[in-house]
Design a protein around this ligand. Sequence first.
Ligand SMILES: NC(=O)c1ccc[n+]([C@@H]2O[C@H](COP(=O)([O-])OP(=O)(O)OC[C@H]3O[C@@H](n4cnc5c(N)ncnc54)[C@H](O)[C@@H]3O)[C@@H](O)[C@H]2O)c1
Ligand SMILES: [Zn+2]
Length: 418
Amino acid sequence: MLMIVPPCSAYAMNYLGQIRAAISLPRQRNFCRSSSRAKERLYKGMKRALVTGGAGLIGSHVADLLVREGWRVRILDNLEPNTHKRGRPAWINRDAEFVQGDVRDRATIENALFGTDIVFHQAAYGGYMPEMAKYVEVNSLGTAQMLEVIREKNFPIKKVIVASSQAVYSEGAGECPKHGLVFPRVRPVEQLQRGDWSVRCPICNEPTRSVPTPEHAPVGGETVYGLTKVDQEKLVLLWGKQVGIPTVALRYSCTYGPRQSIFNPYTGVIAIFCTRLLNSLPPVLYEDGEQTRDFSFVEDVARANLLAATTDVLDGLPVNVGSEKGVTVREIAQRVSDALGIRIAPEINGEFRPGEMRHLISGTDTIRAVGYVPQVDLREGLDRYLDWIRSQSDVRDYFSEAAENLRNKGIVHRVGIS
Ligand SMILES: NC(=O)c1ccc[n+]([C@@H]2O[C@H](COP(=O)([O-])OP(=O)(O)OC[C@H]3O[C@@H](n4cnc5c(N)ncnc54)[C@H](O)[C@@H]3O)[C@@H](O)[C@H]2O)c1
Ligand SMILES: [Zn+2]
């Protein structure tokens, strides 16, 4: 159903005013603008998406893909300064509406939702930043409020897809020689302080071998960010069941690719290693660098979003999105260094982050069952990312200062120091 804003209503005026004030898009692309019959016919049947966080890494690729697929797209993004130090990025799709605004603002989210069919909720405050309250405000409260508004205003939203994360798990699944598939608990800080990085079976305490983590693994929330990701996905899935609106929570693995912020030293290990090396500084590895991570190229993650939007098989589910391949952080540092041709040995100084998982490989049976196949492997993805980062001017190191901040705030610890 195509919804046209009544041109004279106060609501429409307010809506259009706000949108126009904040956006740069060609006027005729406003969803809610009263349009000629010809235009109505043209837009009939087109799906309309709201992509929150659509200026960021994943959101911008989701927006691009949707536009290419013929969707009408509105982006809501507040251009979070940690991520967008130079303001509005040039990559925001010109065929999408761009609304600069904050998901925490009720009127903004209400206006942004108007006239859309599907929400791709990507906006979030991410990584290992020290602002606890801001995580809860942006991620948990922002999501809760958006859902409340949809219900309160009876917006005819047909689906909500929320960006969840592998960070919802306590620890990656393991295989115990005696007990088979087990779900180890988060490693206690006292163990990490001894420099013991092992993951152990919760039944017999024997070390486990990392295996892909299925969605039915217990959900934890062992960092503030992880906790708010649990909030987001539970809020969305629960709400969907209550109100009868299909919802999907996509638990992304580590996602990387062109447009990953080169300013944010708190998230994105590949981006951080690149910016370190390009500034002739060593990448810093926490623990012993042998942690494993599962990397997804951003365009694959965008495709997973489109898939979740267009099939009903995933409705109501949390769904892992990953490559099902584990790569150590040390190997990532090596690969980035090789590809850049900058040979600086990584630094390991006994630091660790309590609550961080040792190993996480996403089990992807659920999404593969509906046809998801990652198309860009790590080799190609890294090459594409490095090509992009080389084209960026003034790539600075923000990590050194951030690392100091994290030590002072007790987010990063050092072995032997309690
Ligand atoms: N990149 C990853 O490795 C990864 C992994 C798992 C989950 N995720 C999740 O995927 C989503 C997108 O992540 P990303 O990597 O693209 O991050 P990103 O930082 O590149 O993009 C997030 C976007 O959200 C915007 N934003 C932040 N706070 C906002 C607010 N209050 N109001 C409106 N917009 C706001 C930012 O300006 C940014 O453009 C997030 O929900 C993140 O938690 C990312
Ligand atoms: Zn065991």
